[in-house]
Ligand binder design. Structure first.
Ligand SMILES: Cc1cc2nc3c(=O)[nH]c(=O)nc-3n(C[C@H](O)[C@H](O)[C@H](O)COP(=O)(O)O)c2cc1C
Length: 302
């Protein structure tokens, strides 16, 4: 079987998860291709592939806008098996609402969305998780990815049922889509810190940053992925209204994992439930109790 995995990723978490997913997929004897959703990368035609995987980070309890745009341009494919993979910084059930619109678009284009795989990865906005917590998140994801690949290969999987209130909250927060290009225009560089390396411009999945007189200039197609601020080696990017939430510098994902007692107070119960479920039963996520089968999915996977 041949899979294509389309990935939108601002700061590398979703990409990391999908690279490992593809390794697991190939270890099962299948072929797998990763295709980044980036302005400078051409989208591959999914037609020759048997399975389509669509992966993205959760932004304000939704998928980032470029994911919608990308999916709307996919060729119609009647009944092609499709899976959604997403990463989020916290294990709140509301994050599962980020699958509603992508699944709807894919369904309209004929794809058979069979399963959703949410993974919690460290925050790239709001606050920085400790490296120990990040290591535990990664180990939890690593533990689940082999069975996720197997389920996809077997045509299984399951979807999340999202109640009306969560749909409504997610819909309202979609204000992020029109707001970010406006806000992104006001991102600035602290010139005394910037070394003009151009890393922010290279990282930006939108091609929204160009170097002008040795300094980055921000255009009007920002989606707030935070790739620029996160990857700046000098922490020179100032993200306007979001500046206090800026997170700078890659996580190592190495070393010791946090113990339960080292999980902070913020959403503590949700994180612990997520870790215990992932580490114990290798089930999808903390949102398991809200998950129900939709359509005619194979019963062995519920
Ligand atoms: C603008 C923005 C909004 C976000 N909103 C959410 C959110 O609603 N819920 C959540 O759990 N994480 C949220 N996050 C955190 C990311 O989903 C998380 O860090 C993700 O793993 C980043 O993936 P990436 O590195 O592939 O871009 C947000 C991040 C950004 C930049």
């Amino acid at each position: 079987m041949n899979a294509i995995c389309y990935v939108f990723s601002g700061t590398g978490n979703t990409r990391r998860v999908c690279e490992r997913l593809m390794e697991e997929w190939r270890a099962l004897g299948h072929e797998g291709t990763l295709n980044m959703m980036r302005a400078d990368v051409e989208a591959e035609d999914p037609t020759p592939y048997d399975v389509v995987i669509v992966a993205y980070p959760v932004h304000a309890f939704n998928a980032p806008k470029p994911v919608y745009t990308f999916l709307k341009k996919l060729p119609v494919a009647e009944g092609k098996p499709c899976y959604l993979v997403r990463t989020s910084g916290e294990p709140l059930k509301l994050n599962n609402a980020a699958g509603v619109v992508p699944a709807r678009i894919l369904k309209k284009r004929g794809y058979d969305v069979r399963g959703e795989y949410p993974f919690v990865m460290p925050y790239d906005i709001i606050f920085r998780h400790s490296d120990k917590v990040a290591a535990r998140m990664w180990r939890a994801a690593e533990g689940r990815l082999p069975s996720a690949a197997r389920e996809m290969a077997e045509g299984g999987g399951r979807r999340f049922k999202i109640g009306a209130l969560r749909r409504m909250a997610s819909f309202m927060l979609r204000i992020e889509h029109p707001a970010m290009p406006v806000l992104g225009r006001t991102f600035r560089i602290k010139k005394s810190q910037c070394i003009g390396c151009g890393k922010c411009a290279k990282v930006c999945p939108r091609g929204n940053i160009r170097m002008e007189n040795g300094f980055p200039k921000f255009g009007g197609s920002c989606v707030g992925c935070m790739g620029c601020a996160f990857s700046c080696p000098k922490d020179a990017v100032r993200t306007s209204l979001l500046n206090a939430w800026r997170v700078n510098g890659a996580y190592t994902f190495e070393g010791e994992s946090a113990q339960d007692s080292e999980i902070g107070r913020y959403c503590r119960r949700s994180y612990l439930r997520y870790f215990h479920e992932m580490e114990g039963a290798a089930q999808p996520s903390c949102t398991q109790e809200s998950a129900v089968e939709e359509g005619s999915l194979p019963s062995g996977n519920a």
